[in-house]
Design a binder for this molecule. Structure first.
Ligand code: GTP
Ligand code: MG
Length: 180
């Protein structure tokens, strides 16, 4: 076995429509941000190479549609995922309240061998809006939710301002790698 093993990690990004899933990926992979909203239809992936310790890792990040009518992915899509990234908008309570559903939905679809040990990560996005004054979900509340799910790592991000995006995806890669 070579020291520089290349590892492909499949990451699936889920969350309500409009929370910024596509924007976070565009920021991370293409270093770009657009104010325009274009709903994701079905699913699409981007890849990013990174080095973690002695490993070369290819992150295959799957962006999915938040809108139900654009979701048409069979269970095969979710099987074999190494990590699930849940995203909500800190300014939209509903997007936080539906996290339980997304969490449950993923586990049902992916059906991992050990659901309790499956790596999730939570991103609270759009913390830039109104300098944080319009947020309705506190960091404390989000961290409590993460703790209630067995200690899910949590990051607050802004795809617009490029805040914490690299750090979040690096942690996603590490979390997924740890499962290997
Ligand atoms: P679906 O594809 O429908 O599931 O939505 P999505 O989660 O992919 O949302 P998308 O990335 O398309 O972003 C929705 C809107 O929010 C767009 O108008 C983005 O410009 C905006 N947006 C995304 N991230 C941020 C952010 O960090 N800050 C601000 N201010 N706006 C953001
Ligand atoms: Mg999208």
């Amino acid at each position: 076995m070579s020291l520089r093993r290349r590892t492909l990690l499949k990451v699936i990004v889920l969350g309500d429509s409009g929370v910024g899933k596509t924007s976070l990926m565009n920021r991370y992979v293409h270093k770009k941000f657009s104010h325009q909203y274009k709903a994701t239809i079905g699913a699409d992936f981007v890849t990013k190479e990174l080095q973690i310790d002695d490993r070369l890792v290819t992150l295959q990040i799957w962006d999915t549609a938040g809108q139900e009518r654009f979701r048409s992915l069979g269970v095969a899509f979710y099987r074999g995922a190494d990590c699930c990234v849940l995203v909500y908008d800190v300014n939209v309570l509903r997007s936080f309240d539906t996290l339980d559903n997304w969490h449950e939905y993923f586990l049902k679809q992916a059906n991992p061998a050990d659901p309790k040990a499956f790596p999730f990560i939570l991103l609270g996005n759009k913390i830039d809006i109104d300098g944080g004054n319009s947020r309705v979900v506190s960091e404390k509340k989000a961290r409590e939710w993460c703790a209630s799910k067995g200690g899910i790592p949590y990051f607050e991000t802004s795809a617009k301002e490029d805040y914490n995006v690299d750090a979040a995806f690096f942690s996603i890669a590490k979390t997924a790698l740890a499962k290997e």
